[in-house]
Design a binder for this molecule. Structure first.
Ligand SMILES: [Zn+2]
Length: 288
């Protein structure tokens, strides 16, 4: 308890000392590892600066395995998500929708509107609606559908609307049609990459079992726990493409040359449209 009080005091002092109000950040993915992979390093940087971050998985992950499924798998994925959240330093919610069966229904749209409102979000992260996986695609659609309605009082009227429309941004992806991802913002996560891998490592059923099985490389996964974490770091490296390198140079100047790992985001044209100053306020880890 004393440690919590001390931490709260330290954070309060930090903000009173001229720093800005803590930001309210919500990242929304389809599965209990999506936010982790696409925004986990950025989330760690926010959390270390005293900002409040929540991950939401719109499905419970109960289909993503070759040897187990249903409620047993959902419970395991939930426990892994909670442990990952602890390692990232974020809150982690998992909604009770079935994995692989997500549709952009009114019911789920209202769930997402409530989540964004309850968190009083300043910024919302989500996938783009172009993706190989229908759950990813529809999560993108659902969050876009919420982008205007979070401010409309008569929609989900049991939860007060947001007074200010958040900024919505997309996670990075590689899909080209109908248009490729545009890295408006790139965050250098080199300093927290090891912590990101440590947090991803909590998703054992995903990174060491299911994804290697469906990808045909299960035999490559080391048995030893330390060795497999090193393997994971090489397997999921947050690579810097030439476009992301340019975005890093825009935000960090010459220091961008030192970046080994990055996460990139595209500003959604729905929701608030941020100025450069507003982007710097919402991404206080950017270099200049
Ligand atoms: Zn996913």
């Amino acid at each position: 308890m004393k440690r919590i009080v001390l931490l709260a005091c330290c954070l309060a002092v930090a903000f009173l000392a001229g720093a800005q109000q803590p930001l309210r950040v919500i990242m929304i993915g389809a599965h209990p590892d999506d936010c982790d992979l696409d925004g986990g390093g950025t989330a760690i940087l926010y959390a270390k600066m005293g900002h409040a971050v929540k991950f939401v998985s719109v499905t419970n992950g109960d289909a993503g395995h070759h040897e187990m499924g249903g409620g047993t798998l959902a419970k395991r994925r939930f426990a892994e998500a909670k442990e990952a959240g602890r390692r990232f330093g974020v809150a982690y919610d998992v909604l009770p929708n079935h994995d692989g069966e997500l549709v952009p229904s009114l019911e789920v749209r209202l769930e997402i509107i409530r989540k964004i409102r309850e968190w009083n979000a300043d910024i919302v992260f989500a996938p783009r609606p172009n993706d190989y996986h229908p759950d990813h695609r529809y999560t993108g659609v659902l969050v876009q559908d919420a982008a205007y309605l979070v401010g409309v009082p008569n929609i989900a009227s049991d939860t007060p609307p947001l007074k200010k429309n958040p900024v919505f941004v997309y996670f990075h992806d590689h899909f080209q049609k109908p248009n490729p991802f545009r890295p408006d913002i790139a965050v250098d996560i080199t300093s927290v990459f090891d912590q990101k891998v440590y947090a991803l490592d909590a998703h054992e059923s995903q990174f060491y079992e299911w994804l290697p099985w469906i990808g045909g490389y299960l035999k490559d996964v080391p048995a030893d726990k330390n060795e497999r974490r090193k393997w994971l770091a090489g397997n999921r490296p947050s690579r810097i493409t030439p476009e992301i390198r340019s975005a890093l140079e825009k935000w960090y100047g010459p220091a961008a040359a030192n970046a080994k790992y990055a996460e990139a985001f595209e500003i959604c044209e729905y929701g608030s449209q941020p100025s450069t100053a507003e982007i710097k306020r919402l991404f206080p880890m950017l270099g200049k």
